[in-house]
Design a binder for this molecule. Sequence first.
Ligand code: HEC
Length: 183
Amino acid sequence: MKKVLGVVGVSLIGGAAFIFSGSYNVAATDEHWDITTKLLELVRDRSVHSASENIIVPELNDIEMISNGAKNYDAMCVQCHLAPGAPKTELNQALYPKPPTFHKNDDKHKHSPAETFWAIKNGFKMTGMPAWGEFHTEQQLWEMTAFLQELKGMSADRYFELVGEGGHSHKESSHDDTKNRGH
Ligand code: HEC
């Protein structure tokens, strides 16, 4: 027992010395070890999976929902996640972790609609992914979820057809100047 306490004590002191020495590099340019990335992704995926278990998914296969989702995606998400036919952005390239590019065929994003909805609504700590639920109704969040189901492999023509003249909708109370305004 004494030995165990000794080992724990030494590890704690070692850990504290490492933290206070400032030698851990927090720069976004200094990538995690592979094992750390895998572990963080596992924690995220298990957390999202468990948090979204009881979410009831509505009918998403509705063109008006998909098109409304495309408009909000175009207004709020492209800077980070890009879109078919849109140029690369500095945010997309410089954020770490890098935001997934959903329209690319090699995108690894494979969450269920409930998990996608949860991610959009709640965001992710320490990543730059905002919690959009703060300013959007459940309906608006489902519209973006419906659109994301369609985005993989989408052509630029189809994308611009869905976005149409654009437009940007929020919860009525969240901003006073954004209700269905063009961008
Ligand atoms: C400021 C940048 C930024 C903006 C703007 C942004 N995101 Fe994200 N998003 C991220 C980052 C970074 C991640 C990856 C987090 C990670 O690796 O855990 C992410 C992850 C996600 C995921 C989870 C993907 C997965 O495979 O786990 C979804 C879904 C998502 N974003 C949807 C959206 C939608 C919809 C919008 C617009 C309403 C949006 N994001 C706007 C940065 C952003």
